[in-house]
Design a protein around this ligand. Sequence first.
Ligand SMILES: [Zn+2]
Length: 393
Amino acid sequence: MWELLFLLLPLAALSGWFLGKKQSFRRKSVAVNLAADYYDGLNYLLNEQIEKAMESFSRMLNVNANNVEANLMLGHLFRRKGEVDKAIRIHQDLLAKPSLTAKQRCQSLLALGQDYLCAGVYDRAESLFQELSDVYQDISEKSLQFLISIYEIEKDWDKAINVAKQLQSKTMEYMGLQIAQYYCEKAVLAKQRGDLALALKCIKQALQADRGCVRASILQGDIEVSAGRYEAALKAYKRVAQQDRTFLSEVIERIVKCYEKINAGAALDYYFQQLLLDHPSVTLILSYANRLQQQQKTQEALHCITQYLRQHPSILGLNHLVALHLLESTESEQQGLLNLQALIGKLLVNKPVYQCQSCGFSAKSIHWHCPGCKQWGIVKPIAGLELESKSHF
Ligand SMILES: [Zn+2]
């Protein structure tokens, strides 16, 4: 929307100049109509009345078919409506006009590239955006962003990394978070091919791009586990707590398994104590309660969860508490607890576990690239469903 309004600014200036300078009645009348259509189109756009906005811009083109801004806006609106073929025709006709300035030609090529991108003709879109990647600053930045979109769709992570770095140096805006995710994508592919050395190299590059990349740490831990290097895996998983504690729920069970593999139960208990002091959460409490339970310390586990839930009530915690009570219950108590567990189960079913911090998209599994807003590394665990209770955090 704002891109369109920006396009209208030169037209507004032109209309004002036109109104002020031209004396003839006929020309004045044309300018008045042009300005009226401009304000109408603007108003319709602001109110999301696309059809009416298109009618206004079409009227402007009836007065002057060479009006570049009106052509660009109409083309944009056709693309937005999904009528990409019409948008392509408008932009191609526009490019055939000899009166275009160099910048207007670049704007038209950029619009045509977007049409091709929208139509899924990626090779044509790519060559246009490459052509525009080193022209006017604003057009060049947009072209690089569109190139990145194409490489993301095509999963060409090397090209995506190169273009993201170009864009970063051009705009001076930090793109490390995104670049780190591309390296992680490369690491995942390498891991799938069994090339663990390359996967670890990509993870190192991801962490160089973004020291806070939890995905890189989790991947590193998983690769070290698959190679039987549990101490190295522990180091990687435990880094997550420093990077982003909301992801602790993702790694705590993996951490427990690693400690168990190296027979370091006392160290695990100490680690739990530290975590519970620094980052208490229902996921952590439940994980610790599981450990107590495995050690036949069910009463201690019950006490631990109950104490926590008194301060931080949550459905997930309650569910676990009922399960523990079931273990300790008499036959006459069991049916009531089973009924309660079934009810809680219904509350938990289909409950999203992850949510995008930007657009609110939610899901049952982690998405490193948000399908809603297309941002990277922005979907996070919903803290063990603790958010069910609004009495804390
Ligand atoms: Zn999102």
